[in-house]
Design a protein around this ligand. Structure first.
Ligand SMILES: [Zn+2]
Length: 490
């Protein structure tokens, strides 16, 4: 008998944590963080307390109150029961957006976590950079532990330098079934704004369960999503859990549109072209790479993007440009002492401005600094997100420079406040108003309805949407609205 319990993604975009149980086998479908929910309680200035995080998060309903699934080091320190034999048998991660993977940090390391190769690459990137402090997705530094001192008596606190432990991350092949206990699972590649996105077909004891993850039908790889529909329909499912981020929208701009429109827009522009797009969206990176080349420009990316391109390549992804491609430059911003590009300091002194993972590319021939961009503005399309706008003071975009916004519109009060600050920067450099050219990572309403009708499940659970009521417009379909922590037995 299959049951589903939802601990996130209900009437909200992201934060999916769905427990599927079948004859004693327990798996989670994603284990994500919901941004809005998180921001209801925490700010940059009052971040979560690491020392009591799991207790605090359970209290705030951010994490499910389940004994035995959380990491041992945290449980011990926080006085939580650690029931050895009360874990889950696996986690299926649909893709590495934080709202799907963000709370994996808190899980015990022995739980097998099943991911695509690309998803693993991005999880590794998060683990290495670890900006937010709760991103130990692949590597694991045991916390709150005392170890004996190398010299002298007594104990010291264990820290990062005392070694990493690996999580049990298992990479699946698309289109190849694998098993978790008695459950058979078919991972299907789908098109989304992040490489490696996966939908799952789960063959349970009394029928098939479909989980879409996040997907779209208007990207360069829409065929992947269409193939998934076919396979899911063939499985004659009893349950489908569908995303509905843009269920209200009637249409979707395509990725081709972004490429065509931006190519046309920057044609004959005399200054620098700045493009803001999601930093890990390599499809969009490819779009602007193509846009730059057709305008005889080069694409300037960030070192984090260079690292992602390399990690993806190491994981067998070959349709993306290499970080040392002749049409790519890697931007090094001034940090700390701001020495990059100075010749009155030694290499070693310059490198001290950057943390160990940041300095990886500094020796390459294709790095670029603000001064060079300033001198040859019409030769480049430059990636820049809103956290890097201060570099404009070094670059000083000249007349004829433009700014393309290739991200979603602000959808919260906080984002609107941010937008005011962004507009100030853009006005200062005559880049205002920004030109909006975007294509969403999520399918629009009609495409979702078409998918559901083709797959034809007996019961439908909408998740990852603030407009679940729109699913009611689907004729002849049993729609079930999940409630937090309530078990649905099928
Ligand atoms: Zn996503």
């Amino acid at each position: 008998m299959v049951s589903l319990t939802f601990y996130g993604g209900i009437n909200q975009i992201g934060g999916n944590k769905i427990l599927l149980e079948d004859n004693g086998t327990k798996i989670f479908l994603d284990f994500g963080m919901n941004f809005e929910e998180h921001q209801n309680y925490f700010t940059e200035y009052m971040p979560p307390r690491k020392c009591n995080s799991i207790n605090d998060f359970i209290y705030l309903n951010l994490l499910p109150n389940l004994n035995g699934i959380y990491r041992r080091d945290y449980c011990k320190h926080m006085g939580l029961d650690f029931k050895e034999d009360n874990s889950v048998d696996g986690i299926l991660i649909s893709h590495a957006h934080i709202d799907h993977v963000g709370y994996v940090h808190f899980l015990r390391k022995d739980i097998p976590t099943y991911v695509s190769s690309e998803t693993k690459a991005i999880m590794e990137m998060f683990s290495r950079i670890g900006a937010a402090g709760f991103e130990e997705f692949t590597g694991f530094k045991p916390s709150f532990q005392l170890i004996s001192k190398k010299r002298g008596n007594g104990f010291k606190r264990r820290d990062a330098r005392d070694g990493l432990e690996r999580r049990n991350v298992r990479v699946f092949d698309f289109g190849k079934k694998f098993k978790i206990d008695n459950l058979e699972i078919l991972p299907c590649r789908v098109d989304h704004s992040l490489p490696g996105a996966t939908a799952f077909i789960i063959y349970a004891s009394n029928g098939t369960v479909i989980y879409t993850g996040d997907l779209r039908f208007h990207g360069r790889q829409k065929e992947w999503s269409n193939d998934f529909i076919e396979k899911a329909a063939d499985a004659d499912p009893i349950i489908m859990i569908s995303e509905g981020t843009r269920i209200k929208e009637k249409e979707a701009r395509t990725e081709e549109y972004v490429q065509k429109e931006s190519t046309k827009y920057i044609n004959k522009k005399k200054g620098l072209v700045i493009a803001n797009f999601p930093i890990r969206d390599t499809e969009r990176l490819l779009t602007f790479y193509n846009t730059a080349i057709s305008n005889k420009r080069k694409l300037i990316i960030e070192y984090r993007q260079a690292m992602l391109l390399d990690l993806l390549r190491q994981h067998g992804i070959e349709n993306l440009p290499k970080s040392d491609n002749e049409n790519i430059r890697i931007f090094y911003p001034k940090k700390s002492w701001g020495l990059v590009g100075r010749n009155d300091f030694t290499d070693e002194q310059i490198k001290q401005d950057y943390s160990s993972w940041e300095k990886n590319y500094l020796d390459l021939d294709n790095i670029i600094i603000a001064e060079e961009i300033r001198k040859n503005q019409k030769e480049y399309v430059m990636f820049m997100n809103y956290f890097q706008l201060n570099n404009l003071m070094d670059i000083k975009p000249k007349k004829g420079s433009v700014h393309i916004r290739s991200i979603c519109e602000p959808f919260s009060e906080e984002m609107e406040l941010d937008q005011k600050r962004i507009d100030n920067w853009l006005k200062l450099f005559s880049l205002y108003p920004e030109r909006k050219i975007h294509s969403s990572g999520h399918a629009c309403g009609p495409a979702i309805f078409e998918m559901i009708n083709k797959i034809n499940p007996k019961k439908l659970f909408p998740v990852h949407t603030i407009n679940p009521e729109f699913f009611k417009e689907l004729p002849h379909r049993k729609v079930i609205y999940p409630k937090y922590g309530k078990k649905f037995i099928v």
